[in-house]
Design a protein around this ligand. Structure first.
Ligand SMILES: [Zn+2]
Length: 244
């Protein structure tokens, strides 16, 4: 398709290849965030997350050398720095939107995050954030709902809930890498609960998901916020979070 790109305004991101099949478009926005490209078997690629509304994802794709739209958009979770340009992208490109079956209602706007927490203070915080449009982006329909163990174009879905009700990570078996979304961050090369734990819907579940990722058996962890972890991932995670 010619003219596939070039309609999105906004902040430019840098592109780097991080593993054999995975590329990172990095936006130095208010909270810096990554959008991922994953090359798939038939020569195309899929997009993981879509940045803030003001991230120029298309220009990043051009920098990466792609001239065609992606085959699918996978949304790891509902937060606005992951769903920001999704509506634009799928209005232009007739591509499937993939997300977890638990997260889908928070992405399509039929459920609010404040309904997903028990604590009153937390509910109020999330409710206010939602009112101010601080937490979730423009709603989009999820066309394929997935769960733990499902395959998406060669990536395996892992349930890493806690940061949000149904956040997913994605394992790239061949590249020995896990796209961990916001399970943890590695901002300025320091691993931690990041952007900050206050926005998690369930901190205990979030910690459980960190331990789960550490035990998956892969060395490389690619967080959406911060520097990709390309060696000794489990060891570094265990040190950072005092895991056994
Ligand atoms: Zn998030």
């Amino acid at each position: 398709m010619s003219g596939a790109f070039g309609r999105l305004p906004g902040t430019d991101g840098s592109f780097e290849k991080v593993t054999d099949h995975i590329g990172r478009i990095h936006f130095k926005t208010f909270i810096p965030v990554a959008v991922w490209t994953v090359e798939i078997e038939d020569g195309g690629y899929i997009l993981i997350d879509s940045g803030y509304f003001n991230c120029n994802v298309e220009r990043g794709l051009e920098k990466a050398g792609f001239s065609e739209p992606p085959k699918a958009l996978v949304i790891t979770h509902c937060h606005l720095d992951h769903t920001g340009t999704a509506k634009h992208l799928i209005d232009w490109w007739d591509i499937p939107v993939v997300a977890s079956e638990i997260e889908a209602p928070f992405i399509d706007g039929s459920k609010s995050l404040s309904g997903a927490v028990d604590s009153k203070a937390h509910k109020a915080f999330l409710g206010l954030s939602s009112k101010l449009n601080m937490m979730t982006g423009t709603p989009v329909q999820v066309t394929r709902k997935v769960r733990e163990g499902d395959q998406v174009e060669g990536l395996e879905v892992v349930d890493v809930r806690g940061h949000s009700p149904g956040q997913i990570a994605l394992v790239h078996e061949q590249d020995r890498a896990v796209l961990v979304a916001d399970t943890f961050g590695n901002f300025r090369n320091r691993i931690g609960r990041w952007p900050f734990p206050g926005i998690d819907v369930d901190r205990d579940e979030g910690m459980g998901s960190i331990a789960k990722v550490a035990g998956l058996g892969y060395e490389k962890f690619l967080p959406s916020h911060g520097v990709p972890i390309l060696d000794r991932g489990p060891e570094r995670l265990k040190t950072a979070f005092n895991l056994n």
